[in-house]
Ligand binder design. Sequence first.
Ligand SMILES: NC(=O)c1ccc[n+]([C@@H]2O[C@H](COP(=O)([O-])OP(=O)(O)OC[C@H]3O[C@@H](n4cnc5c(N)ncnc54)[C@H](O)[C@@H]3O)[C@@H](O)[C@H]2O)c1
Length: 336
Amino acid sequence: MFARSAARILAAPSTRFFSASAVNQTKVAVLGAGGGIGQPLSLLLKNDPLVTSLSLYDIRGAPGVAADVSHVDTGSEVKGYAADQLDQALEGVKVVVIPAGVPRKMTRDDLFNTNASIVRDLAAAVGRVSPDAHILVISNPVNSTVPIVAGTLEKAGVFNPRHLFGVTTLDVVRAARFLGEVAGVSPSEARVTVVGGHSGPTIVPLLSQNQHGKSVTGEVYNKLVHRIQYGGDEVVKAKDGAGSATLSMAYAGAKFANALLRGLNGEKGVVTPTFVKSPLFADQGIDFFASNVELGPDGVEKIHPLGELSAEEQKLLEACLPELKKNIEKGKAFVA
Ligand SMILES: NC(=O)c1ccc[n+]([C@@H]2O[C@H](COP(=O)([O-])OP(=O)(O)OC[C@H]3O[C@@H](n4cnc5c(N)ncnc54)[C@H](O)[C@@H]3O)[C@@H](O)[C@H]2O)c1
């Protein structure tokens, strides 16, 4: 069941990256559109036929990005909004993607305080202007910023758990790429469900559920898992302190946005991992968790269970849960 439905999105060849199954009016806002992620993400969204209108906001530079992107010859309208025009940017939006914030230098938790305030304030604006919007959180630390958005919307009395997503797609993209390299196959054959959260030990790739992944063992397995969990460090190091992943993140963000839009437009069987309010480990006090989620006309349609885990994956999950719990509690405490 999982394999068939997941394959529809996870194994989609690149020509189907942006598939248009219906032509609904869909206005998408990018908050933080002037940044390293925001700019290429805006470009990729301009190229998505399911986006009919694009609203670009940043405290600096969004009108320039919008003017530039608006010349691309696809059908969507693009408008840029200056720092004092947040509410206007959010009017009538169905989907809000948030890559606003500062990128990490070495650990994601370092930037907690700055990004926590940015995300809280942006979430409050979404709750005020477009409370029904679906919110896609990219700003790190995702394990904490998603509970911050939820808490902010709860306070405003407009939280809808079906409409809030932490974007963990970069972990999924990296897992396919890195497993593909190890197994000598195309990433399209190396799709991996990644569960848990979105930092270091909270990232749990379920390699055993892929036919190529299940034959990776020993030191090769340990190295592969480590690379998936800490792949972001490779980019931070290579950029020599100047920032973290932007281009691959923009790709991953646009890929997840397209999956959500397909679900919203009524396409069936759109399944991908994402960090959502989840019952899976709620009895252990962990009420947000990334697992395969079916996306439908109202956002989260169905949260899939993890399926069968290998002994190694069980250990990874045990290491994930306490750390994830701390991260979630930190986010909740910030908005308490
Ligand atoms: N989820 C993931 O997998 C993932 C991957 C990489 C990076 N990230 C995170 O994404 C965020 C952005 O990274 P980046 O490299 O694009 O950083 P960046 O500094 O290049 O861009 C951030 C942008 O946010 C804008 N901004 C700041 N405060 C704002 C506000 N209140 N409202 C609107 N815009 C505001 C800045 O002006 C800037 O243009 C960081 O938190 C980073 O850690 C997440």
